[in-house]
Write a protein that binds this ligand. Structure first.
Ligand SMILES: [Zn+2]
Length: 249
């Protein structure tokens, strides 16, 4: 294992443009459960009668907003979660000029909290909320305050009374063009791409990998992925341990 961490460190130091692309596994070590995991799936069916895909779909949001907000608030917001060793290591690498960008599928804002500056949030962020009618921006604490919610659940705009929703991409909604182009450009220019905490099975992860034309692909994931064979380096271990390990070399 230490050999592999050493090899990763060498690759980072010898590359000119390194990009990190992360999935849910980056945040599970901060105590944020992966709602797409088998456990998350089971829990959603049992408590809400639907799969996470349905609960987080645009149609359900329109048809049953109370159910959407109940699931969203109870399962997708971890207000007190803190960045873990992986987030901190990535922020440090950026500061040292060794990491160009972070692309994430997570919506928890933990990369920014750790200090990362250039972050492409493919699925948006819990920390940005907006009124669907007048576009006024709100913060996360605003929507969590029952005083701002209809029936204690649906956040309402204090200016116009419209529904305040998270700037998070729901199923059936498209990703933000600017964010996607930025992420594609970063991947296309990278000579080292480190992919971590994703099985690469979920859209759009696998599709984005196609844009990588660089020399070295590194995969860090607890379990195998369909792309293991294409990687120059494959580490099946915890991201915090691997990325955190680089800084202690
Ligand atoms: Zn409004």
């Amino acid at each position: 294992m230490d050999e592999k961490i050493k090899r990763l460190s060498e690759l980072i130091h010898h590359s000119k443009n390194t990009v990190f692309f992360g999935g849910a596994g980056v945040s599970t070590e901060s105590g944020i459960p992966d709602f797409r995991s088998e456990k998350g799936l089971y829990a959603a069916q049992k408590a809400y009668g639907h799969s996470p895909e349905t609960l987080l779909s645009h149609s359900l949001f329109v048809e049953k907003p109370e159910l959407f907000f109940r699931y969203y608030q109870e399962n997708l917001i971890a207000l007190h979660a803190k960045p873990n060793a992986a987030h901190l290591a990535l922020a440090k690498l950026e500061q040292q000029g060794l990491l160009h960008a972070v692309i994430t599928q997570n919506i928890d804002g933990l990369h920014q909290e750790a200090g990362s500056q250039r972050v492409y949030e493919l699925h948006g962020s819990n920390w940005r909320q907006y009124c669907m009618d007048c576009s006024k921006n709100y913060t996360l604490p605003y929507i969590l305050d029952e005083a701002h919610c209809k029936d204690k659940l649906i956040p309402i705009c204090e200016v116009c009374g419209g529904i305040v929703r998270p700037e998070v991409v729901l199923y059936e909604e498209s990703l933000d063009d600017t964010v996607v182009s930025g992420a594609i450009e970063a991947i296309a220019k990278a000579d080292l791409l480190i992919v971590g905490g994703t099985s690469l099975a979920v859209y759009p992860a696998a599709g984005l990998l196609r844009y990588f034309k660089g020399k070295n692909l590194v995969l860090i994931n607890k379990t195998k992925t369909p792309y293991d064979g294409e990687a120059q380096l494959c580490i099946h271990d915890s991201l915090g341990k691997v990325l955190g390990g680089i800084s202690t070399l």
